[in-house]
Design a protein around this ligand. Structure first.
Ligand code: SF4
Length: 387
C-alpha cells in the first residue's frame, strides 16, 4: 500500500447484455456486432487515466479490479486478459489483488476460461431458481441453468458470490426462504440479496405507471428484509453490509469495500464513474465516462480518455457520500476518518435523536445502524449530513 494514499481499485464497465431486463436502469445496450473497437478505446482510456494519476502524484498499485456491466461474462477471455494485463502494466497489482467479474448463468461453459484469463472471484447472477419468477423478471436463463452454473462455479478454485432478487409482488415468504436455502444448501459463502425496485424509465417503471403492481409494499418489504437477515445469518452467512452477506471476512467483496469505506477507484468504460483524492489533497475528484459506447470511443480517440470534465466535489458533498456509503456496513461509519478527510462530522443532534429511537448505535468515533435502523438506511444517512 502506498503510504498516505487510500487503496485504489479499478471498475471496468462492459455495457452489453444479450437482452435488457425490464427492471434494469444500468447503462446497458443489446450485444450485437464486434466489440474490439470498444476494447481498444478502453485500453487507451486506461493509459490516459494512469498518466493523469501520475501527473497528480496519486498513482499507486491496484488492490482490486472489478468487471461489471452489463454482462462482462459475454467478453471473450482474450479481451478480459488484455484488460487485466494492461491494468497490471499501467498500475501494478498489490499482493492478493481481487479480480472480480459478474457472470450470467448462461455463460457457465466459459467460466473456466474466464478464470484462466486471470479472474479470481466470480459473482453469479442467479436471481432465482424458479422458472416462472425468472420469466417474470425477464431473465434469459431458467432455474436449471442457474443450478448448473452454480455447480460449475463452486467446482472452480475461485472466491465467489451469488445474487438473488426478492420482494416481487405475489412472492410468499416461504418461496423466498426456499430460494435462500437452495444457495445455503449448495455451500455458497457470499450472497447478495437485492429487493426488486422500480426505476423510472425502465419497462417495469412504465408498467408501474400504468398501475401494475410489481413489488411488495413497504411493510411487506420490511418483513422480507428481516427474514433475509435471519435466514442468512442462521445459515452461517451473516450481513456485513445492507445487501451483502459473507461466511467469513475473507469471503467479503474487497472491491465493494472500497466504495463503502470511501477509498479510491477509477471507472473505465462507457458510463463508468470513479472517485479519487480527498478534500485535504486537492479535492475529491468525481469522474464519469460518456455513456453511449460510440460517444465514448470518439471521446477517447480525441482526448485520450473517455471522461467528461472531472468534477471536484465540495467537502460537504464528499462528507454526504461518505456518510451514505459508510452507514451501509455493519461496522458503520468511522467518524474520525470522516472528520480527517472532510472537516465535517455527522449532524450531532440528529444522531442523538436516532440513538434515542434505537435506530443507530453511537460513539465519539463511530456510528452504525441497528437492525431496526437498517430498514431506513438511506433516509437516516440523508438526515445525518450536516447543514
Ligand atoms: S443482465 Fe444485468 S445489467 Fe444486463 S440488463 Fe439484465 S439486470 Fe441489467
Amino acid at each position: 500500500m502506498t503510504p498516505g494514499l487510500a487503496p485504489l481499485g479499478l471498475y471496468i464497465h462492459w455495457p452489453f447484455c444479450a437482452r435488457i431486463c425490464p427492471y434494469c436502469d444500468f447503462n446497458v445496450y443489446r450485444a450485437r456486432g464486434e466489440t474490439d473497437t470498444l476494447l481498444a478505446a478502453m485500453l487507451r482510456d486506461l493509459e490516459g487515466q494512469a498518466r493523469q494519476l501520475e501527473r497528480e502524484g496519486m498513482h499507486r498499485p491496484l488492490v482490486s479490479l472489478h468487471f461489471g456491466g452489463g454482462t462482462p461474462s459475454l467478453m471473450r477471455p482474450d479481451q478480459i486478459a488484455a484488460l487485466i494485463e494492461a491494468a497490471d502494466r499501467w498500475f501494478g497489482f498489490e499482493d492478493g489483488i481481487e479480480i472480480g467479474l459478474e457472470a450470467n448463468p448462461k455463460e457457465a461453459a466459459g467460466f473456466a476460461d474466464i478464470v484462466a484469463a486471470g479472474v479470481n472471484r466470480l459473482s453469479l447472477g442467479v436471481q432465482s431458481f424458479d422458472d416462472d419468477v425468472l420469466r417474470r423478471l425477464g431473465r434469459d436463463h431458467d432455474g436449471n441453468s442457474a443450478r448448473r452454473a452454480l455447480d460449475t462455479l463452486l467446482a472452480l478454485d475461485v472466491r465467489h458470490s451469488a445474487d438473488l432478487i426478492y420482494a416481487w409482488a405475489g412472492q410468499s415468504l416461504d418461496d423466498w426462504v426456499a430460494e435462500m436455502d437452495a444457495l445455503l444448501g449448495a455451500g455458497v459463502r457470499h450472497v447478495s440479496p437485492y429487493q426488486l425496485t422500480i426505476e423510472p424509465g425502465t419497462a417495469f417503471g412504465k408498467r408501474a405507471d400504468r398501475g401494475e403492481l410489481l413489488i411488495v409494499d413497504e411493510d411487506e418489504g420490511a418483513r422480507f428484509f428481516e427474514v433475509t437477515q435471519s435466514v442468512l445469518s442462521d445459515g452461517g452467512v451473516p450481513a456485513y453490509e445492507i445487501s451483502n452477506h459473507a461466511a467469513s471476512a475473507s469471503d467479503q467483496s474487497r472491491h465493494n469495500r472500497l466504495y463503502w469505506e470511501g477509498a479510491d477507484w477509477l471507472g473505465l468504460g462507457p458510463g463508468a464513474h470513479g472517485r479519487w483524492g480527498e478534500s485535504g489533497r486537492g479535492g475529491r475528484r468525481a469522474t464519469a465516462a460518456l455513456r453511449r459506447p460510440a460517444d465514448y470511443i470518439a471521446r477517447v480517440s480525441l482526448a485520450g480518455t473517455g471522461l467528461e470534465p472531472i468534477e471536484i466535489l465540495s467537502s460537504k458533498d464528499e462528507a454526504a457520500e461518505r456518510i451514505l456509503m459508510g452507514l451501509r456496513t455493519m461496522d458503520g461509519l468511522d467518524r474520525d476518518c470522516l472528520r480527517a478527510k472532510t472537516s465535517h462530522d455527522i449532524d450531532t443532534d440528529t444522531s442523538l435523536d436516532f440513538a434515542r429511537q434505537g435506530l443507530v448505535s453511537l460513539s465519539q468515533d463511530r456510528i452504525a445502524l441497528t437492525p431496526a435502523g437498517r430498514l431506513y438506511a438511506d433516509r437516516i444517512a440523508q438526515e445525518l449530513v450536516p447543514e
